[in-house]
Design a protein. Sequence first.
Lengths: 120, 263
Amino acid sequence: MSELKTTRAPSAGGTESHGHAVDLNNYIRTCAYVFAAVILATALMIWISFLPEHYTWALKVTLILAVACANAFVVAGFLMHLISEKKMIYTLLAFTVFFFAGLMGLTLYALQDFPTGTTH
Amino acid sequence: MEIPYTVQARPDTGIYNAKVGIWLFLASEVMLFGGLFSAYVLLRVGADRWPHGWLDVRFGTLNTIILALSAITTLLAWAACKVGQFGKFKFFHACTLLLALSFLSVKMYEYHDKWIHYEITLADGTFADGHLVEKSADFDLAKKTGTVTLHGRIVNDENLLYDLRSQKDIKLDEVTVPAANIVKMENYGPWHNTFLAIYFTLTGLHALHILGGSIVIGYLWGPGSKMYKKKPEQFTNRIEVSGLFWHFVDLVWIFLFPVLYLT
């Protein structure tokens, strides 16, 4: 979360930040849009998962994960305010993305090189 | 001793210290869950068969809605703090707490549902599968005495128990099995197969995060909220930091739900 700008002074000495003013009601409206987007994405994932069998499993998984990523972007972007964060946090997240990508990349790289039959 | 930069931004980072701390913590959490997702991929691709339709999508969807709502209320709690509306903060944070407990309740119900679900291998090579109704008073698997009754069905091929999605109109009935006919009896705990092992591991760790977050949110809503009167800005920052953790927990669920319930 980042900086919410106030239209009224906090009653107990809260922050008065620089920047544009936003009131709580407007903020609630934005949250409602985000919530609607999350619900829509969830419904879309469920719909994809129940598509007929002639849609391949790989296609379904790809589409579902794509929707999940979009959903995660909305949550991280708007609710965690990552669309307007400080450079320090972006730098930190860049390292995280690098190592996470490495972890998943190595996992996919190793798919042909592990024991099968892991169901007992 | 005064802890520096609890409110003011540190000049070199541009943000207050707790925020740097929570983001570093979340980065380590990404790697923790990333490792488990990696394990999931390897287990799934390596498995001879993988269950479909074992988890109730309705409960997963319900929990998704609950967690999304709680993410909204925790953000609004912080926003209310920021604009100095302490009453609204209390309301929104109470909502978050209730939603968190609702999430855990649904999860516990799902766990219980698996706990009382049994697969029984019978002496004639068939399989009885269903939810436990009752065990007779003299039921003893080791001594082969008594009977067990399930609400479920008997199938000839165990593979039929694995792909529930492709089967329409599965007929369930009460099935009573004598202990003398039982070769193996096992509930759907984490030991049952690799799917349930990784399911309980992933969702269990996630539920622990929900529980931990709930304790922190409960503290900040209750006794911890006294700080608002003396140090409102520092308190607001605490709400922000706890909110970031909560959103991360929501993010993890956004991937857990499709991976476990839908694919």
